[in-house]
Design a protein around this ligand. Sequence first.
Ligand code: G4P
Length: 547
Amino acid sequence: MATDHAATTPDTQDGSAAKQPAQIAREVARRRTFGIISHPDAGKTTLTEKLLLFSGAIQLAGTVKARKSGRHATSDWMEIEKQRGISVASSVMQFEFRDHVINLLDTPGHQDFSEDTYRVLTAVDSALMVIDAAKGVEEQTIKLLDVCRMRSTPIVTFMNKLDRETRDPLELLDEVESVLEIECAPVTWPIGMGKSFRGVYHLLNDEVMLFRAGEERADGAFEIVKGIDNPKLMEMFPLEMEQLKMEVELVHGASHPFDLQRFLDGIQTPVFFGSAINNFGVREILSSLVDWAPPPRERDATVRKVEPVEPRFSGFVFKIQANMDPAHRDRIAFLRVCSGRFEKGMKVKHLRLSREVKLSQVVTFMASSREQVEEAYAGDIIGLPNHGNMQIGDSFSEGEMLSFTGIPYFAPELFRVVRIRNPLKTKQLQKGLQQLGEEGAVQVFKPVLGSDLILGAVGVLQFEVVASRLLNEYGVDAMFEGASISSARWVSSDDKKALSDFEQALAPNVAYDAAGNLAYLATSSVNLRLTEERWPKLKFHATREHA
Ligand code: G4P
């Protein structure tokens, strides 16, 4: 094994050694890896499609949309397979824009919402927050933003659907600031809305981009008029311009000027207004990601921080997806490259198993189709086919023992008690749940009292997928019943006695997860709060690190 590994290293030891770091640095600098955070129906799919149209990655409008509508089909096994197959292909979309390589990671919403949606955000370097300007900040956006906050991920905001009647823009900014606790720096400002939406004023460039509805412009070319005082604008729409001037004065006085460092620190979000469906304001978003969002940055690992420009390859698995074909049972592990250069066929160390693996059948996601990848750099995502030997959080390197951190499990919000129709299948059930738990498909809790197994998820589809996979892959016909649990928290303490007292006193609601961690299953938010107050020596965690 060790010799095999040595065989992969001469590349970096021969004459190319001096050239490589510069090439890696260049490739890293032109990468942008981001995800979209939004509430269902805010316009994520529409915007994704326009972003792809822009880059020339897809020619046909409606491609992404068609996939999405496929998702709403009934969820018998084949349908789930189909829809998961589809989302494997659209899980990562890589495209080029202005000589940059953009990796757009899908954050599944609607029924697909799951723990993966959260975890994808641990693999991005920035996020695009899409808000329906008629609705303002909605529930799912709040949750997703909380996840971004864990790593102070920089966020660009797009206020969508200005071609409709929306809420007052100033009020929207106010809401983002107070609910999401992030400073807003408007970069563009809308001129009118709905039927009288005229365009946006770019506050930094002092120019107006005129809105034209309806046409699908792949190039996103809209007429630009320089200067807010340009008489042409007053002639075209005097009423809206008066209003704009008043608002701009207010905005300059009351809101924050854009500050790149504050954006990079995750304290401030630049805000753009537009209409995804009309491809209006989309180019500005993409440009802001290229110009302002960070390229891959250093990542924390157990022994040290890892710089993306380091010559040696490293990365971690943040998502595992069962493959389309149930006959094959293979899965794709999504790995984010953190440093060095990945080359097809290279051998790397699977650190948890302390085993060398050859990465030859690797897929990438160029233009939303699955292609064989030849090389990849920090920020890129590669798909590794595997047969169940990879878990969420697994790290890979060219030999060094480092384990990436910050790829957590998130406390589930939905719970079910598992029942099986055939008690003779108990062993298979346990094995299946153990593996599905390791894959991150669902979380499994075993209460201290009783013989029930409790499943925890953040999206209902997770339960459906687990039921189908238990049946198809493990031959277990399981039923899920409602559980009177509203949330879970992992519990830790330096005080061992306090922990065991807790376990005894609250046994019916204390459980161990698949990795053997102690958790409290609260019956309501009030119950959780009271328990936290009553046990001050214990810490209650909403996330836990990969074991
Ligand atoms: P999602 O992925 O975030 O769930 O949202 P999606 O893009 O599917 O958009 C949700 C709905 O909002 C869609 O309408 C879409 O056409 C519409 N939409 C997106 N951007 C804009 C916009 O800029 N202006 C307006 N007026 N509508 C927008 P739908 O009726 O649900 O679907 P469809 O019948 O249009 O396909």
